[in-house]
Write a new protein. Structure first.
Length: 117
């Protein structure tokens, strides 16, 4: 069995992604750095184009972008499982729930259509 996993943040529009994602992810890296884990790693706001691309290991984007990314990575890795880490960076419950809702209601049904037609 093969699984892929990654931080997952889904919003309906790229405008929402650009506005909401970075503060949480920066907080996540700040916390790791304080713990002596993160070192100089992290992301910049200017990295969002790559982060939302299908080549990134982060599952960040619109539902359509996530479907494309999961299907693309399935072509590469033939994975059986997808693990979405949706709670990072101090998000409130409403933010986490928004990602979960979009993942369950849109992304996974579309992924299944592409992979199991």
């Amino acid at each position: 069995m093969i699984g892929i996993a990654g931080h997952t943040f889904i919003r309906e529009t790229e405008v929402e992604i650009n506005k909401e994602f970075y503060p949480y992810y920066a907080s996540y890296w700040k916390h790791l750095t304080k713990q002596g884990i993160g070192g100089a790693m992290g992301v910049a706001r200017t990295d969002i184009g790559f982060i939302t691309s299908k080549e990134s290991s982060l599952f960040v984007g619109t539902p359509k972008q996530l479907v494309e990314k999961i299907v693309y990575q399935h072509q590469l890795f033939k994975h059986d499982r997808f693990y979405a880490q949706v709670d990072f960076g101090g998000q409130d419950l409403a933010s986490v729930n928004k990602t979960i809702r979009l993942l369950v209601e849109y992304v996974m049904p579309e992924v299944k259509k592409h992979l199991y037609q």
